[in-house]
Every structure is written in structure tokens, then in C-alpha cells.
Design a protein around this ligand. Sequence first.
Ligand code: NAP
Ligand code: ZN
Length: 351
Amino acid sequence: MNTKQVKAYGTTTATEPLQEITINRRVVQPHDVEMEILYCGICHSDLHQVKGDFGPFPPPIVPGHEIVGRVTAVGSHVNKFKAGDLAAVGCIVDSCGHCEYCNDGIEQFCDEGVTYSFNSPDKISGGHTFGGFSKTYVCHEKYVLQMPSFTNLAAAAPLLCAGITVYSPLKHWEAGPGKKVGILGIGGLGHVAIKIAKAMGAHVTVFTTSASKVEDAKRLGADEAVLSSDAEQMNRFDRQLHFIIDTVSAKHDVNSYLNLLRHDGTVVLVGLPPEPLEIGAFNVVMGRRSFAGSNIGGIAETQEMLDFCFQHNITADSEIIAIQDVNEAFERLEKGDVKYRFVIDMASLKN
Ligand code: NAP
Ligand code: ZN
């Protein structure tokens, strides 16, 4: 297959910083869309993967899966997009297209294995996918989203992962008027979850380990914010909440949050701590509570989420950086020193 050389930022080992490299992207196939990447968010999953938290990766790794761009070329069979359109790519860039999960629009659970936008075996090239820390992206039109014309496009990029990852469970577990929703961890995912859950009409309580975020949570729209180290404050919410989204990226005690659920309530884990979590039997048996998980969302639901956020004027609170500062951004993300999402302005990567 013919390829084009493209500038990117990546690394070959978990111990080396990211640096400028050249990758090969396929030339546009009949159903492909090619875009010049304008902005790419930095998700904690990018950090987990370059650190090797989820196991070794085939080198080189080019992270980035919150991608907003402008279409530069389309294949002969594409009619959903044309050159000049705003477009976006999130986490999914391929799936089998015919299993029951793909047919149900939950491609993220594809029977044959979903192809993620980076560090994922690529059935088409035979290699692996390269993410959005690069000048261009190419994939099948089916996985390309129509990007609404957000006034602040950079701040909308994080919706492509952080947004859909919280929108999908909020919708599935029916967040809305009369529902008390808890959000655990105010990072990239958590702060967007506050905005989306409020827009859905739920009552929102956030739980944070960071004293500095308690006041800020209210600015973001939370009804209540709790410093999780304060046992007295935590006790106030004992058996109060219908549903909690857990966005924490490191090992933590989920049992104290299961205790905050009403009967039949659910804690939904979206965070991906590399180590297993422990669940106490009594924390779920009492009250018939559930501990569940959720993984991003399907393509149609991602489009629905983008349109919902556009309509409700929801974007991420973002710090825009140049690609040359990406290693420092990763270090700061690891320390929790970002309010609340880094977004790379890809114009900083020169051709
Ligand atoms: P992030 O911006 O780093 O936010 C994570 C937040 O978790 C932190 O801001 C912090 O919030 C809290 N936290 C961190 N370490 C903690 C600890 N040791 N104990 C308790 N709380 C801690 O990360 P993100 O980008 O939002 O991603 C969050 C997690 O979701 C990551 O593991 C990521 O890989 C995963 N993820 C999963 C999916 C999926 O589909 N399931 C999709 C995207 C991301 P406070 O300061 O408020 O305590
Ligand atoms: Zn992500």
C-alpha cells in the first residue's frame, strides 16, 4: 500500500521522552478521509500507554486520540465529507462492522476487536496505528465525526475521549432530573462529567483528593464538592447517591464509594488503574449494589455527544500547549497539575 511520510511525536521505549519522528500514513483509499490535525487533547490513557502501564508496546508509539482537524482529501466513494470541512477522530478507527456489537452501534466492544486510533494492531497496514500527536490522520469515513463549529475548537477536542467516556455511562445509567450522581476524581474526564451530568439535569456531587478543586468544582457546576479525606463530609453522603462515575487513574479504595450508593445503585469505573481493585463483599451485597465498568462509546453515540455538548455550550477547561512541551505536560498530568486538560496546538509541529 502506498504511504506518505508525516511528522509526529512519539517514542520507542517507555523510558525515553517523546520526540519528533516521521511515520508513514496510508494514502487515501476510496472510503478514507484525510485531515490535517489542528488540535489534539492529552488523555491520561496516552500517559498510561507511553509509560507501559498496560504492557509493552510495539515501537514507535505515537499517542493522541482526541483529534480535531480539517479535511484535506477524501476518497472517491466518500460523500459525507469534503475538503475544508471540520472533522474529528476519537478512540475508534476500525471494527469488523458486522458482529452484533457493531450492528448495535457499540463498536467499542466489537467481537473481532476494535482498532483504536493509536497503538492498536491495524488490519489495513499490518502494523499498528499512530495517534494524533502528528500532522495528519487518515481513516475510513465511518469513524470520522462531524465536528460542530465550536467557538473554541481547541477546548472541544477533549470531548472526543473525555466527553464520550462520561456521556455514555451517564446516559446508560439514566442521569437526569431526580437522580443524584457522584463523580469521583476531577481530572480531564471528571470535570467534563460535571458539565454533562448537570446539562442532563442530574444533581451532582463530586469527590476529590485535592483541596484546591473543592471550590473550583462549584464553578464547574457541581452542586456539592467533598474532600474525600474528610470522613465527616463523606459520611453525610452515606447511602445517598443513585450512581457514581469513578474516573480515578490510580489504585484507590472503591468500597468507601460503594457505601455512598442507595440500594440498587451502581459505581461505574471508567478510570484504568493498572493494578486490580479490591471489592468488599458487604459493600455490594448490602443494598444490592453493583460495581460496573464502561469503555468510551460507539461512533453514533460520539456524534450524539458532540451535538449535545455543542447545544449546551460544553467544552473542556483547557491549557493549550505546543507539541515541543508535551513531555513536560505528561509530567504535570502525572502529578495532577492541570486544570483540566492539556490540548496540543498542532500548528506548533512544522512540516
Ligand atoms: P486525569 O486528568 O489525570 O484525572 C484523574 C483524576 O483522578 C485526578 O485528577 C485526581 O482527581 C484523581 N486521582 C489521581 N490519582 C489518584 C489517587 N491515587 N487516588 C485518588 N484519586 C486520584 O485523567 P483522565 O484523563 O481524566 O483519565 C482518568 C482515567 O480514565 C485514566 O485512568 C484513563 O486512562 C481512564 N480513561 C478511561 C477511558 C475508558 O473508556 N474507560 C477513557 C479515557 C480515559 P482529584 O484531584 O480530584 O482527586
Ligand atoms: Zn482517552
